[in-house]
Design a protein around this ligand. Structure first.
Ligand code: SF4
Ligand code: SF4
Length: 304
């Protein structure tokens, strides 16, 4: 992939699932998908920036958007995509037909086991992962390491392995049932998540090779998500090399309200210079775009 800038693109908050650990307000999950821009208008909006984008499409559930397939098809002509999806909507099958897999870096296929079981089981999910893989899309099957599920997680891994799928754990983040994660994980839960992450990596070595560049949602290093890192003060590419696009098509510097313009209403003026971090955002992107402080020479190899 050769791209100039990456965006974490929050299409909309609507979703057909109601996972207990979801950080989106249930009212927003149940909201109507906002009619914002035709596929051609989105294509023009990105073309006007003069950049090649890596667009990480997320939500809510992006596949419930009525123009999901056509927007992706048009944008993949000029840019690269990655996708977060629960694969529960049949539009993912049309996506697999319409979009060039060579333009899709990865699909984070989020299992959401308990919610899916309550809605008819795992069969359709397994079939859609197989379909996507058969078409050449790199698929990362992930499952949130919900504390209610952890006692059953190993069993889930085995059942999915029997279907030929490797499940990567994703650490909980933020507030869940009155506790703040990942801080609230017990030592035993942390050990289990580390073990599950290591086992998933070892079970799917070809995936990292296939992807080339590490996925932005880097579940290959999920152990890092068990720690809380303070990124403030770090030099970071947020702005010139990474932005958030919100549900109103505004282009923002990661978690800050600084707007560089609107893709549908234009113009978008991206900054040239990197700055130091003064806000907070998703740690996957913080890790990718910020420069970690140098470790003092005496500390190297000292062991923690
Ligand atoms: S599928 Fe994702 S967006 Fe939808 S309820 Fe579950 S966690 Fe939230
Ligand atoms: S480290 Fe994270 S929060 Fe800070 S500027 Fe970079 S992307 Fe934004």
């Amino acid at each position: 992939m050769r791209y100039d800038i990456e965006a974490d693109w929050l299409w909309q908050f609507a979703c057909n699932y109601r996972c207990g650990y979801c950080f989106i307000d249930p009212q927003a999950l149940g909201s109507k998908v906002p009619p914002l821009g035709t596929p051609a208008e989105w294509q023009d909006g990105f073309r006007r920036t003069g950049r090649t984008w890596l667009l990480h499409i997320t939500g809510g559930e992006p596949t419930v958007h009525p123009d999901f397939v056509e927007i992706c098809r048009l944008l993949a002509q000029d840019h690269y995509l990655s996708l977060n999806s629960n694969l529960s909507h049949r539009s993912i099958e049309a996506f697999a037909e319409a979009v060039d897999p060579a333009r899709v870096h990865f699909i984070n296929a989020a299992l959401h086991h308990d919610e899916r079981q309550a809605r008819g089981g795992l069969d359709a999910f397994v079939e859609r992962v197989r379909l996507l893989k058969a078409r050449g899309f790199p698929v990362l099957v992930t499952q949130v390491a919900d504390t209610a599920l952890l006692p059953r997680f190993d069993d889930l891994v085995q059942r999915m392995a029997a279907e030929g799928l490797v499940v990567f754990p994703k650490a909980l983040r933020g507030s869940h049932q009155g506790r703040i994660y990942p801080q609230a994980y017990t030592d035993a839960e942390r050990q289990q998540i580390r073990r599950l992450a290591r086992a998933a990596r070892e079970a799917a070595p070809e995936l990292a090779h296939h992807l080339g560049e590490a996925p932005s949602i880097n579940v290959f290093e999920e152990e890092r998500r068990l720690e809380v890192v303070d990124y403030s003060g770090r030099r970071c590419g947020a702005g010139p090399r990474f932005v958030q696009i919100n549900a109103q098509a505004q282009v923002l510097r990661c978690g800050s309200p600084v707007s560089f313009g609107n893709l549908l209403r234009g113009p978008v003026t991206l900054p040239k210079d990197e700055r130091r971090c003064r806000t907070s955002y998703c740690p996957y992107f913080c890790d990718k775009y910020s420069v970690a402080p140098a470790v003092p020479a005496g500390r190297v190899g000292a062991g923690a």
